[in-house]
Design a protein around this ligand. Structure first.
Ligand SMILES: C=C(O[C@@H]1C=C(C(=O)O)C=C[C@H]1O)C(=O)O
Length: 376
């Protein structure tokens, strides 16, 4: 058996050689970047990388080594690209995203749209964000709200994006991809659901419950203890309250906020019936204008991954390498492409930060359809 110290000394010598060669290679990559600055050629050349990986892995003496060589060179070439992005950005070759920097957002005299009807949780979020005295109105669907800000009928829309118990509101993620609207703010509000019935109804009268599917989901355990009740999905919790009032039937109840009980003259039959006491929903404030301020500190983006193994790992490396703190990642199926996904990432930063620009430039080259959804 060889002595450990002796073996480690040998490894140390080889590692120094690897480091020297790595640095030599990176200097050459800087030369390649210069060539690309002058010619406008793209940094990422997949064909060249694939052919290099094929040649180099073929040199591996065992399957284990072939695998390791592939992983090692994927990393080395990824670093070489990142160095080139840095040099291109430093050379002023950064195509600014189609966002306008504004001093501040104009909330005075703003017209704000929300989905649902009077008393909807979206309206509570709206009041929390913009204050009580606002010019606001409601529309029937989230798509209608997106259309309203796109057409300029409204300046801002308030849309739920994520609930702490039920997860994301996937329809609004998809609408953010479809429309070129822009997130300019967010508001989290506590969601306490109540069971509401007619003023003369008792809990024992109830046979039918109406609410939004998300609210029904968030009260899953409570509803499980009343399995005999028929559950009905409606577009909005406040619409459910309105329906119970209008139908005037003692056996019908709605799951909605207790604020809607006041608005529609209903009785609170049970309070705080959601599974999670801390139940909260995050709403996004969306504008038809693609704007951000220098104070904005969070960025939401989405992109499609290249459909191959390890691609997500490489996409996320742009955040890690640039020292960017990621807060959230989601995936949604890409319409018309089974088993392919679009990733949604929220991270800290401002579009003016060099680190952010570097990461975005890398992602733009190495993913499909990178879209900045907002910086707020
Ligand atoms: C260095 C280059 O840029 C990128 C990095 C590569 C590498 O490090 O080997 C290969 C291809 C490109 O994606 C190049 O184009 O040759």
């Amino acid at each position: 058996m060889k002595d450990l110290k002796e073996l480690r000394d040998q490894i140390d010598v080889i590692d120094r050689q690897i480091v020297d060669l790595y640095q030599e290679r990176m200097e050459i990559a800087a030369g390649v970047a210069e060539y690309k600055i002058n010619t406008g050629k793209k940094v990422f050349d997949k064909e060249r990388e694939d052919s290099k990986l094929a040649t180099l892995t073929a040199l591996g003496k065992t399957d284990f080594n072939k695998h390791g060589i592939r992983e090692l060179f994927e990393q080395i070439m990824s670093m070489s690209r990142k160095r080139q992005y840095q040099l291109l950005t430093a050379h002023g070759m950064y195509e600014k995203p189609d966002f306008t920097e504004v001093e501040s957002l104009d909330y005075h005299n703003a017209r704000i749209v929300f989905q649902g009807t009077e008393g909807a949780y979206s309206q509570l979020a709206l009041r929390e964000y913009f204050g009580e005295q606002t010019d606001s109105y409601h529309v029937e669907t989230w798509r209608d709200a997106m259309e309203a800000i796109k057409n300029g009928e409204a300046d801002y829309a308030v849309l739920p994006i994520e609930n702490s118990s039920a997860g994301i509101v996937s329809e609004n993620y998809d609408l953010m991809v479809e429309y070129d609207n822009c997130i300019v703010g967010e508001q989290i509000i506590q969601i306490n659901h109540a069971l509401l019935g007619l003023p003369d109804a008792e809990l024992s009268d109830i046979t039918d419950v109406y609410s939004h599917p998300q609210a029904l989901m968030q009260c899953g355990r409570y509803l499980e203890s009343h399995r005999e009740w028929e559950k009905h999905s409606l577009k909005n919790t406040a619409m459910a309250a309105k329906k119970v009032k209008e139908d005037g039937k003692k056996h019908k109840a709605a799951i909605a906020s207790s604020l809607t009980a006041d608005i529609y003259g209903l009785k609170v039959l049970d309070e705080c019936i959601q599974d999670n006491r801390m139940n909260a929903t995050r709403f996004i404030i969306v504008s038809g204008k693609r704007v951000f301020t220098s104070k904005a500190e969070k960025i939401s983006i989405c992109f499609e991954g290249m459909h191959e193994s390890g691609s997500l790992y490489h996409m996320l490396s742009h955040f890690i390498y640039n020292g960017i703190n990621m807060n959230h990642i989601e995936s949604r199926p890409v319409q018309g492409k089974n088993w392919e996904y679009r990733f949604f990432v929220d991270f800290e930063g401002n579009l003016n930060d060099a680190a952010v620009q570097n990461a975005l430039r890398g992602l733009a080259e190495e993913t499909l359809g990178l879209k900045i959804l907002g910086n707020y």
